[in-house]
Design a protein around this ligand. Structure first.
Ligand code: NCD
Length: 306
């Protein structure tokens, strides 16, 4: 049985299969409307979510399946002190597959070792978020036409942003990828990523503090929210939260075909005036999240179009 805990759990060819299937689903959604008849998805969300949880639910419903679950730790027995291990043992007999979001890094991995159904990591603390990565890759491949030969800028909270960590991990496996890491000193990528992923694979990257300076080089700009909930003190958050604000003026420095991605939710880091720029694709990106999760569920449950 297969789980999806880290973006590296999928090989490049498995990723391609999922993205290809997502593309087929976009073209012919009706063909997949009964693929998961009689199957149940449990969403176990110990942390807030809008897109991830609802796109998982929409995905399972689009496939003809049903959903059950909880959307906060407070409304589950976690509030009474139940362990993730005990919860997943029980959920394994209620559902066929589950998506888990948890503030503790590694919680979905622990769950997978006690589970008899596939466990999908829907975000674990500041660590990984592999299904956002699938969403991002589908967006890039569909709207940019390729996953190689790209200069990718990541801007904002590169320290705590799990979507950044997962996407970097996944993208280093494609040809000729260059990263431009734009953040204040306090929010640079974690050392393990720099050493074990970028340096170890000899991936070209640079770390800068001014977005405007690098804008003209970028094929993609991945904006991120400063992750308030992961800060140890509020003063630091307040000082850093508006480090970067993308506005129309800054977009003037960008290539005419540069794409702006953002996993959302946005706070202040992208001014709403950018939303009408055809290069701003973050809402389209959120839509792709449903199709790619449909493809992932089908793959993990080993079901086909019917
Ligand atoms: C992201 C997350 O939860 O990590 N949101 C999402 O799943 N689309 C990004 C964020 O919360 O900033």
């Amino acid at each position: 049985m297969k789980h999806l805990i880290s973006p590296l759990d999928l090989s490049v060819s498995e990723l391609k299969e999922i993205l290809d299937l997502a593309g087929e689903i976009i073209n012919e959604p009706k063909k997949y409307a009964n693929s998961c008849n009689g199957k149940k998805l449990a969403t176990l969300f110990y942390e807030p979510s809008t897109r991830t949880r609802l796109s998982f639910e929409a995905a399972m419903l689009n496939l003809g399946g049903s959903v059950l679950g909880f959307s906060s730790a407070d409304s589950s027995s976690a509030a009474k002190g139940e362990s993730v291990a005990d919860t997943i043992r029980v959920i394994s007999s209620y559902a066929d597959i589950c998506a888990m979001r948890h503030p503790k890094e590694g919680a979905p991995l622990v769950a997978s070792t006690y589970s008899s159904i596939p466990v999908i990591n829907a975000g674990d603390g500041g660590h990984n978020h592999p299904t956002q990565t699938l969403t991002d890759l589908l967006t890039i491949r569909t709207l940019k036409g390729r996953l190689n030969n790209l200069t990718v800028g990541f801007c904002g909270d590169l320290k705590f942003g799990r979507t950044v960590h997962s996407l970097i991990n996944a993208m280093v496996r494609y040809e000729n990828i260059n990263f431009v890491l734009i953040s204040p000193d306090e929010l640079k990528i974690p050392t393990y990523l720099r050493e074990e992923v970028l340096d170890a694979n000899q991936i070209p990257f640079k770390e800068v503090k001014v977005l405007e300076d690098v804008m003209p080089e970028l094929d993609l700009l991945y904006m991120t929210r400063v992750q308030k909930e992961r800060f140890f003190n509020e003063e630091d958050y307040i000082r850093l939260k508006d480090s970067f604000i993308l506005d129309s003026k800054k977009m003037e420095y960008a290539k005419s075909d540069m794409l702006v991605l953002h996993p959302l939710p946005r706070v202040n880091e992208i001014s709403t005036e950018v939303d009408d720029d055809p290069r701003a694709v973050y809402f389209k990106q959120a839509e792709y999240g449903v199709y790619v999760r449909m493809a992932l569920i089908m793959k993990l449950l080993e079901v086909k179009a019917c």
